[in-house]
Design a binder for this molecule. Structure first.
Ligand code: ADP
Ligand code: MG
Length: 396
């Protein structure tokens, strides 16, 4: 259920020109794409449009240009070349987005052609959803398709602008992301276990508060656990902590209890006397963290508790590492929980930049049901917010 907007399947694209906003914001090194995940994610919709005889115009942002004109280091040309390489299709590129050159290239697009425009953020006005930008984009095509899930939470010209002037529908990636991430609130197979970690309560409070509405169990790990410890009256030594959020954390624990959502907090921890590659970890119970130590990872008892909870689940949503996984001796908790999720026969949904990096680092990506391509956008969905890019599309 969940997805309530029209998709490319619901509109006649035969012989039409389609302008599609994709997320080709890929990492580059010396002008070469080093991770093509986001380009691959857009291919099913591109393929569908090509097979259905549409002329395809693609646009995206890349990196953080100043917005005062072209920046050679942030051109989309390498992404266009990577798309050609991955699909075997002939892909044209025009080094312009808003000028005559772009307009001419768009006008020349024939059914079956694929044209990539230059980085949309070479112009500042794009980010502000300037009406002139919106009209310009709409003038390039008959239909607008949004498939850039990673920017769907931004009300910017290339994301929402064209939808005001021409019919706008979703691509398959956007549909699947929204369906999957809102599905955990609609009718998840139960037990539904949510695992949330990472550094701060303040950046995840919306996620936590919404998850307790649906999850049977909410597992808390990472640096944020220590603010919850403070709410429970434990002392946390030099651990990461947010004093301003203790009260809100305590309220969340109470609300979860009222809703029948079980909360699991670490029962033991790996602590160290400083933060660094050379720090040595020792195991301590959660109510016995020494004043001169800081929590770096969940402890072995907690690991077992969390892995058992995940093993019994039918649906798992995971965001945020269980510890400082970038440092080898504090990666164990994150890796153990990730492996338990991978080995469980649950539907596993992973969101968040660092969590996805952790899954990739452990080589577990292929064992997960869905890994979201959008960091901020996936968090906003899980917070229960509507995404402006999705809102702008035609209702199904
Ligand atoms: P995501 O990007 O998956 O949403 P976050 O950005 O919230 O995750 O958190 C990731 C960061 O949290 C990592 O850099 C990790 O080192 C840090 N972290 C996890 N546990 C701790 C801890 N106990 N103390 C300090 N930082 C932590
Ligand atoms: Mg992060």
């Amino acid at each position: 259920m969940a997805f309530t907007k029209k998709t490319v399947r619901d509109i006649d694209v035969d012989g039409k020109k389609v302008l599609m906003r994709v997320d080709f914001n890929v990492p580059l090194k010396d002008g070469v794409v080093t991770d093509n995940t986001r380009i691959r994610a857009a291919i099913p919709t591109i393929q569908y449009l090509k097979e259905h005889n549409a002329g395809i115009i693609l646009m995206s942002h890349l990196g953080r240009p100043k917005g005062d004109g072209p920046e050679p280091a942030l051109t989309l040309k390498p992404a266009a070349e990577k798309l050609a390489e991955l699909t075997g299709y002939d892909v044209k590129f025009v080094a312009d987005t808003y000028g005559d050159e772009a307009a001419e290239a768009c006008a020349a697009v024939k059914p079956g052609d694929i044209l990539v425009l230059e980085n949309v953020r070479f112009l500042k006005a794009e980010k502000k959803n300037d009406p002139e930008v919106a009209k310009k984009f709409a003038s390039y095509a008959d239909i607008f398709v949004l498939d850039a899930f990673g920017t769907a939470h931004r009300a910017q010209g290339s994301v929402v602008g064209a939808a005001e002037y021409i019919p706008a529908v979703a691509g398959f990636l956007l549909e699947k992301e929204v369906d999957t991430l809102t599905g955990i609130f609609a009718d998840p197979e139960r037990p539904f276990v949510a695992v949330v970690g990472g550094s701060k309560v303040s950046s995840k409070i919306g996620v936590l508060e919404n998850l307790i509405e649906s999850a049977n169990t909410l597992i808390i790990g990472g640096g944020m656990a220590y603010t919850f410890f403070l709410a429970k009256g434990y002392s946390v030594g030099k651990s990461l902590q947010e004093p301003d959020w203790i009260e809100r954390a305590g309220e969340m624990l109470k609300k979860a209890e009222e809703k029948g959502c079980q909360i699991l907090l670490p029962i033991d921890n790996i602590v160290a006397d400083h933060f660094g590659e050379d720090a040595e970890g020792v195991v301590v119970a959660s109510d016995a963290i020494p004043d001169d130590m800081m929590g770096m990872d969940i402890g072995p008892e907690t690991e077992k508790l969390y892995c058992d909870a995940v093993k019994g689940a039918k649906t798992v949503f995971w965001n945020g590492p269980m510890g400082v996984f970038e440092i080898e001796q504090f990666a164990h908790g994150t890796q153990a929980v990730a492996e338990a999720i991978a080995d469980s026969d649950c539907t596993s949904i992973i969101g968040g930049g660092d969590s996805v990096a952790a899954i990739n680092k452990f080589g577990l990506a292929s064992k997960m049901s869905w890994i979201s391509t959008g960091g901020g956008a996936s968090m906003e969905l899980v917070e229960g917010k509507a995404l402006p890019g999705v809102e702008a599309l035609l209702d199904a």
